[in-house]
Design a protein around this ligand. Structure first.
Ligand code: NDP
Length: 434
């Protein structure tokens, strides 16, 4: 805190992890002996840079770009890029720090990184988005590479932005290095099922949580916040498995549809027309739209899936969910529940899937995309989806086993953090002080 004041989100992420890995530190004094904690909170590298671009009126605008290369003990840095006005050092550091442990949990050889810019894509023309992405990549290109650092998408960065950034990278380098970015379009090296991977993976993880209690997703009432990439594919898979998703949101408000959200309408509005979620009620007049997105947690449900952004679900919201009978909460977004909300869930015996484990499907399939790129092969949707299901099952059982081993059965927060931490910390020790 003294070294980096004003980085609240980063401190929050570190506190959550350090608190839950205590049993591993007690059992394995080597982590203290090698001073792993002080090493692991310091990024290997943090790059900030100017991103100048010209808007449609011919005016020059300037944003700030970031890339944090946090930890490469088990593989090249890997993690998404976020374009959102709230992006700053604290946000990229919290995301990059969590990414280290999430990536370790996937079982794939990938280190932790994250990046982005305080650029607001909302209301920008396609040409403005392209010029911004090109300028951003002009600087980023000298810091990344298929064996060095492999960015992907996150909030505000989807296939369109990845395409513009990959085009610029290719031009600067003068070579086609497909493995430098993931989340690419299928025409130039992308992987089938990458777009769906985080949302589908979340539901595969929830399925494992349910199975352990002899329950099924079928017939369960589900609330999903957000209506972006993660939310849409979580809703799609949940509905396919017989769950009833009754609400979703964007940063302005939420919709409630007692008949179950029609995912095709949400996809058309959000992916194709780039419209706001309130437009849903035009196609479904029986549905209700309410302003203030946090109101979504007032809706009774058995499964709550926060899939929008950090700290979107606070203590009051958690208490309401519990009062209304929630039994399962799994994080599609990164750190969407405040520490106070997390305590409420644990106290009320809500079975809780932390984002590090529950939303790891996206980065896991990104790693499969890197594998396909380096072998110059393209796998079928079924092949990638099958591997994703296997990976999510393994992550769940790994977290569960680790929680058992450290006398916290059922606590997947402890399980995920310890399993991720010990893998990276052991590798750091094996590599020596570097
Ligand atoms: P998108 O940009 O596709 O969608 C984000 C959604 O969250 C939108 O509906 C957006 O609404 C809403 N949102 C953003 N900021 C806020 C806010 N401050 N308050 C309320 N709602 C907000 O992003 P993704 O779906 O890709 O990412 C969502 C979350 O999942 C993030 O936490 C991300 O880090 C995490 N994640 C994403 C992965 C991926 O593969 N994409 C992988 C693992 C984690 P609006 O349009 O109004 O801004």
């Amino acid at each position: 805190v003294q070294r980096d004041p004003h980085e609240d989100e980063f401190h929050q992420a570190v506190r959550i992890i350090f608190k839950s890995i205590k049993p591993a530190l007690v059992k394995n004094p080597k982590y203290i002996r090698h001073n792993i904690l002080e090493q692991i909170v310091e990024p290997e590298r943090l790059i900030t840079f100017r991103v100048p671009w010209v808007d449609d009126q011919g005016k020059t605008r300037v944003n700030r770009g970031y890339r944090v290369q946090f930890n490469s003990a088990i593989g090249p840095y890997k993690g998404g890029l976020r374009f959102h006005p709230t992006v700053n050092r604290s946000i990229v550091k919290f995301l990059g720090f969590q990414q280290i442990f999430k990536n370790a949990l996937t079982g794939q050889p990938i280190g932790g990184g994250k990046g982005g810019a305080d650029f607001d894509p909302k209301g920008k023309s396609d040409a403005e988005i392209m010029r911004f992405c090109q300028s951003f990549m002009t600087e980023l290109a000298s810091h990344i590479g298929p064996d060095v650092d492999v960015p992907a998408g996150d909030i505000g960065v989807g296939a369109r932005e990845i395409g513009y950034m990959f085009g610029q990278y290719k031009k600067i380098r003068g070579s086609f290095e497909a493995g430098v970015l993931t989340g690419k379009g299928l025409n130039y090296g992308g992987s089938l099922a990458r777009k769906e991977a985080t949302g589908y993976g979340l539901i595969y993880f929830v399925n494992e949580m349910l199975k352990s209690k002899n329950e099924r997703i079928q017939g369960k009432t589900i609330v999903v916040s957000g209506s972006g990439n993660v939310s849409i594919y979580a809703m799609e898979k949940a509905a396919e498995l017989g769950g009833k998703v009754v609400a979703c949101s964007d940063s302005d408000g939420f919709i409630y549809d007692e008949n179950g959200i029609d995912v095709a309408t949400v996809k058309q509005l959000k992916e194709v027309e780039k419209k706001r979620i309130h437009e849903y009620v035009n196609a479904h007049p029986n549905a209700v739209y309410k302003e203030d997105c946090t109101g979504i947690w007032e809706i009774p449900c058995e499964i709550a899936l926060p899939c929008a952004t950090q700290n979107e679900l606070d203590e009051d919201a958690a208490n309401l969910l519990c009062k209304n009978g929630v039994k399962y909460v799994a994080e599609g977004a990164n750190m969407p529940c405040t520490p106070e909300a997390l305590s409420v869930f644990l106290k009320n015996d809500v079975y809780y899937g932390p984002g590090k484990a529950a939303n790891a499907g996206g980065v896991a399939v990104s790693s499969l995309e890197m594998g396909q790129n380096s072998s110059r092969m393209a796998w079928s949707f079924e092949e990638v989806d099958g591997r994703l299901q296997e990976i999510m099952r393994d992550i769940y059982h790994n977290c569960e086993a680790s929680a058992q081993e450290y006398d916290k059965p059922g606590n997947l927060v402890v399980g995920a953090n310890i399993a991720g931490f010990t893998k990276v910390a052991d590798a750091m020790i094996e590599l020596g002080v570097i």
